[in-house]
Design a protein around this ligand. Structure first.
Ligand code: G3P
Length: 225
């Protein structure tokens, strides 16, 4: 599974990009809001310079109508770069924008997906990524595993070039279930990755190994033998 960071926090992106195997960075207006009134394009360009051009950067439009979304996309592609994945919420205006952007060869991530029809329409419109909102679906009493599995099945059956970029996670268990249901990629708040590796039982195993080694060799490490 590929992991993306769902944050616009530069410090977190710098820190965790060095630690974890990260495939890219995603954001949306609510995530941007957490950073305050940033210089938007300077900030997005800084994210790009941290992650480099071989990782994917996904930036969401803010306009509510198709024409505005296309203008937003154009501005993002001009002010950041042509490789950015333009994130578009899948509603009536959005699906029209996705069709248009794909006809122009622009990279597109279809987002705010809660249903099979939304995802299937976005695939058919040519979206490169579709982003089903796992936790929000659970909150609504929907079955995100079933919905993600349907997307995976359709992609395999009809050879769509779309990748499932599962999003909206609150814990590692949800991520694992999305993966098993067929999501090839997931975008996460870095805290979920940190929590996965910073557990008392892991610390205990490491402390036990350390104590056993030192009981024989003292402070001498393998490198110093
Ligand atoms: O990438 C989508 C995501 O940011 C939505 O997550 O936590 O607001 O449900 P959340």
């Amino acid at each position: 599974m590929k992991y993306l960071l769902d944050t616009a926090n530069l410090e977190d992106i710098r820190r965790y990009y060095e630690i974890f195997p990260i495939a890219g960075v995603t954001s949306n207006p609510s995530i941007v809001k957490k950073e305050g009134k940033i210089d938007f394009f300077a900030h997005m360009n800084e994210i790009r310079s941290i992650i480099g051009t071989d990782k994917s950067l996904h930036i969401q439009v803010t306009a509510l109508d198709t024409a505005g979304m296309l203008k937003d996309a154009d501005r993002i592609l001009t002010k950041v770069d042509k490789d950015v994945y333009i994130k578009i919420p899948v509603n009536m205006e959005g699906i029209k924008a996705i069709k248009e952007l794909k006809s122009q060869g622009v990279n597109v991530t279809a987002t705010a997906i809660y249903s099979k029809m939304q995802g299937l329409l976005a695939m058919e419109a040519g979206a490169d990524y579709i982003a089903p909102y796992y936790n929000r679906m659970e909150n609504m009493g929907l079955d995100p595993e079933d919905i993600i599995a349907s997307f995976a099945e359709m992609i395999a059956l009809y050879d769509y070039k779309t990748t499932i970029l599962a999003a909206s996670f609150k814990n590692a268990g949800q991520v694992n279930k999305a993966h098993l249901a067929g999501a090839q990629t997931a975008t996460l708040d870095p805290s979920i990755l940190v929590a996965a590796l910073k557990q008392p039982y892991i610390e205990k195993a490491v402390a036990d190994f350390d104590a056993d080694w030192k009981s024989i060799y003292g402070d001498c490490t393998i490198a110093e033998l």
